[in-house]
Unconditional design. Structure first.
Length: 277
């Protein structure tokens, strides 16, 4: 074995091994600190790229969930308005049937009409105020309710609930905004209009309810899909902290041994002095 004070091969080897241990130790500490075995592209470029793509999918699905929530809110408001209109029609029918009774005198019929007019006008108030996030799906010319279903935000994958016109003098509520029951003839005419309107409003409510059910089912699916993708991301990039803990302890021991080996190797040149004694 050659003795040299200029070149210490043993120290070089010990230092290389120590550096490798320190690098591995740093990676393990990072995994423990972040909880990720792949926290950047330098850890594993392919896995990191896949994880980032999946994360973008999850972000897109979050937007889908928000859209579905907004659509559900609009449908719920529309259904609440429809149910209120249906209840008012039932009350209006009671007043109209009573007014159509030939035994009613004019004073009683006028009192019934006063109540009828208030109920009639309340329909307009409810319909005009049934707005959620700028969408009113129950007034004349109301907007359809739309919820996106894919993370691309395309209209082709959207769920659309058609607006239902519940305004007075509309296609569903055929009672006019000036209808009264001041006479027996008017009352009988109004009764027929109310009966048709009740059927129409209930049919409109059924359509809104079916749309709401579909939105809810889609939301449940999107939530499950998002959870599944997040689980997949975790499988790709999450660190096994039990393993990392064991590895940390092993590397710390290796680091101490590496320091000892480097210290011993650095002492080797001093043995050359013995040759000159």
């Amino acid at each position: 074995m050659a003795f040299s004070i200029n070149t210490n091969a043993g120290a070089f080897i010990a230092l290389q091994n120590l550096n490798a241990t320190n690098t591995a130790l740093g990676k393990t500490q990072n995994a423990i600190n972040t909880g990720l075995k792949v926290s950047s592209a330098k850890d594993n470029a392919a896995v990191f790229a896949i994880a980032q793509n999946l994360r973008s999918n999850v972000s897109g699905l979050n937007a889908v969930k928000q859209s579905l929530d907004r659509a559900l809110g609009a449908v719920d408001v529309a259904m609440a308005a429809g149910q209120a209109v249906s209840d008012l029609l039932v009350e209006m029918k009671e007043k109209a049937v009573a007014a159509a009774d030939a035994g009613q005198d004019s004073a009683s019929r006028k009192a019934l009409n006063d109540d009828f007019v208030q109920l009639r006008d309340q329909i307009k108030t409810i319909v005009d105020n049934a707005t959620f996030n700028g969408i009113n799906a129950v007034k004349a010319g109301g907007q359809n309710i739309v919820g996106i279903t894919d993370d691309q935000g395309t209209s082709a994958g959207a769920l659309t609930i058609t607006a239902q016109n519940l305004s007075l003098s509309g296609s569903n509520v055929t009672i006019t905004s000036t209808a009264t029951i001041t006479s027996q003839t008017d009352a009988r005419t109004v009764v027929n209009a109310i009966e048709a309107s009740i059927k129409n409003v209930n049919a409109a409510l059924s359509k809104l309810g079916s749309g709401a059910k579909r939105l809810e089912m889609q939301k449940v699916f999107v939530n499950k899909l998002s959870d599944t993708i997040e689980t997949g991301i975790g499988n790709l990039v999450d660190a096994d902290l039990a393993k990392e803990s064991a590895r940390l302890q092993a590397l710390q021991v290796k680091q101490q041994l590496g320091l000892q080996a480097l210290s011993i190797a650095n002492q080797q040149p001093s043995s050359v002095l013995a040759l000159f004694r």
